[in-house]
Design a protein around this ligand. Sequence first.
Ligand SMILES: [Zn+2]
Length: 64
Amino acid sequence: MSHHQTKATESVTAYCNRCGKRTQHAVSDGRQGRCTEHEAPDLTKRQIEKRLRRQREAENPRLF
Ligand SMILES: [Zn+2]
């Protein structure tokens, strides 16, 4: 076994070329699927805004 994923894993952190960063990737039957952080159908606008705001807060902690 060269990988550590198990069938119980639903998502895994991996580098996404499209996002240019490490993101969550869906896992199906132990195989890494597509990145869930771009064009993710289950991600609502509100969730995206929340994530962006958290990202900005982390980059500019003095503003908040
Ligand atoms: Zn991505």
